[in-house]
Design a protein around this ligand. Structure first.
Ligand SMILES: NC(=O)c1ccc[n+]([C@@H]2O[C@H](COP(=O)([O-])OP(=O)(O)OC[C@H]3O[C@@H](n4cnc5c(N)ncnc54)[C@H](O)[C@@H]3O)[C@@H](O)[C@H]2O)c1
Ligand SMILES: [Zn+2]
Length: 474
């Protein structure tokens, strides 16, 4: 990693995030205000009172120069006005990279400042400095602390984290982003052939060999740079390498940003089925950098949009325009839904995580019956719509609900009906083969409204959902 400077409005979380990020990266954490207070032998408000702002700024410039000159990796939490001086900004940008945190809303600010009155003399200046903060292009729009894993969402932040790391990257991503690797960037220890068909034991085995060739030990770590396939197999190879090596996940597709990168599941496919071999092994750090989306084909972007709408079914409608490229803010808000559920049930033991399977029971059957010609995202969209129709038929949702959910998926240019080439009569039997079954009873996570997914066990031995039904019955 390069030196990372966390900047932004007072109370934007620079100190808390700085400590977490440094912990995840095994780097030194420097809290500039704490350094200044320690060397002055008085608190920041006391320095302001005794020496005025000019006195404080002088101390701040000296402390910053010392931090920039020091060797080694560090995450530095800056004070809220420390880069107002061009000379300070220049120093930081030469020594590393500045990430500017989102300015909290007025209510958030009030809540945070209320906890420690008077401890932040510049708290009321956040608004005046909006243009100053906006002039920093590398942004952090949200972050989540999952205990064993930190997730940071922003723009322009992956390069600084990857610098000097050993990485295994999707070959397409490595080709599209050559600047991330090589001189001054990450050292590429393995490049992974693109596509689901390579998510197999052969690729995992070649990763183990690459780890051996790179001399990776149990206390080392590797960064995965790519979509869900890359994250799943690099995560699994790390879980099993010397009985568990740390890893960092840098997801580069929308689907992997909002879904696959968080939750700790790693694994690979067998000829007998998808994701049959796996392990829970959370990355220490997930760096979601929305800049990667610029090169994503529209079809791949839609895959992620499908899972984003699924999260709305779990967590409620979220702001943001339909279609196209979501912003980092939108991604952070959407990811918050998955993070919330994962935190409640990290190892899929209480059943809570099942809500994330919404649309997937019918979806997986449709995907399989199409011979995987229908993509996962399209199948999830169809699955959510069909499962909403099942919910309405069972009186769990109003009759108008299926049309509402279909309109939402259609706004993302996703399909909402099972195409005629799929034999509807085979859907029930295919769902019975789903790995979540117990006998003929299949657990569904039925979408019954925005923020209303209900787990229903349906006995497909006793009733049919699709068999001999020719119309969707919406
Ligand atoms: N671990 C989990 O919890 C979890 C959750 C959901 C899905 N998954 C897994 O994720 C996988 C699907 O993930 P995916 O959709 O990211 O697939 P993927 O990793 O195959 O990526 C899709 C395609 O996009 C390309 N690509 C990646 N980043 C790019 C970029 N920035 N620009 C241009 N092209 C880029 C890749 O080369 C690939 O061809 C499946 O294997 C699924 O099982 C895992
Ligand atoms: Zn899915």
């Amino acid at each position: 990693m390069k030196k990372i400077f966390l900047y932004g409005a007072p109370a934007s979380g620079k100190t808390t995030l700085g400590a977490l990020l440094a912990g995840a990266l095994g780097a030194r954490h420097v809290d500039l205000d704490a350094e200044i207070a320690a060397s002055a032998g008085r608190s920041i408000p006391e320095i302001f009172a005794a020496e005025g702002e000019a006195g404080f700024r002088g101390r701040e410039a000296a402390a910053l120069a010392a931090v920039c000159a020091a060797d080694g990796a560090a995450v530095v939490s800056l004070g809220g006005g420390s880069l107002l001086r061009d000379a300070n900004r220049w120093l930081c940008e030469r020594a590393g990279e500045v990430f500017c945190l989102r300015t909290p809303s007025d209510e958030e600010l009030q809540r945070r400042l209320g906890a420690a009155p008077g401890s932040r003399p510049l708290g009321d200046r956040a608004r005046e400095r909006a243009a100053h903060y906006a002039s920093f292009p590398r942004r952090i729009e949200g972050w989540f602390d999952l205990g064993n894993s930190l997730v940071v969402v922003g723009r322009g932040i992956a390069g600084a984290v990857l610098a000097g790391e050993r990485a295994a990257a999707d070959e397409t991503v490595a080709r599209l982003y050559p600047g991330l690797f090589g001189d001054g960037g990450a050292r590429l220890v393995a490049s992974i052939p693109s596509g689901e068909r390579h998510k197999n034991v052969g690729t995992v085995s070649s990763l183990w060999s690459a780890f051996a060739a790179a001399g990776l030990g149990r206390r080392d770590r590797v960064a995965a740079v790519g979509g869900g396939v890359t994250g799943d197999i690099v995560g699994f190879a790390s879980a099993t390498w010397m009985r568990g090596m740390d890893w960092i996940n840098v997801p580069t597709t929308l689907l992997s940003m909002v879904d696959a990168s968080t939750g700790g599941k790693t694994g690979f496919d067998l000829p007998e089925g998808k994701n049959l071999v796996g392990a829970f092994h959370s990355p220490r750090l997930v760096v979601v950098d929305a800049d990667f989306l610029a090169t994503l084909p529209p079809e791949t972007l839609r895959q992620g949009r499908a899972e984003m709408v699924k999260h709305e079914l779990v967590g409620g409608r979220l702001p943001g325009a339909a279609g196209g490229m979501p912003s980092a803010e939108e991604i952070a808000a959407n990811l918050a839904v998955k993070v919330g559920v994962v935190k409640e049930d990290p190892f899929e033991r209480t059943g809570r995580r099942m809500v994330l399977n919404c649309g997937h029971t019918v979806g997986h059957a449709v995907e399989a019956l199409s011979g995987y010609r229908i993509s996962h995202g399209e199948a999830v969209a169809i699955g959510c719509c069909e499962e909403a129709r099942i919910a309405a038929r069972r009186g769990l949702a109003p009759a108008s609900w299926p049309a509402e959910i279909a309109a939402r998926f259609a706004s993302e240019e996703l399909p909402t009906e099972i195409p005629p080439e799929i034999d509807r009569n085979r859907i029930d039997e295919t769902m019975k083969g789903d790995k979540k079954r117990a006998g003929d009873v299949v657990a569904f996570a039925l979408p019954c409204g925005w923020s209303d997914v209900r787990i229903e066990n349906i006995d497909l031995g006793a009733e049919t959902l699709f068999h001999n039904r020719t119309t969707p019955c919406a």
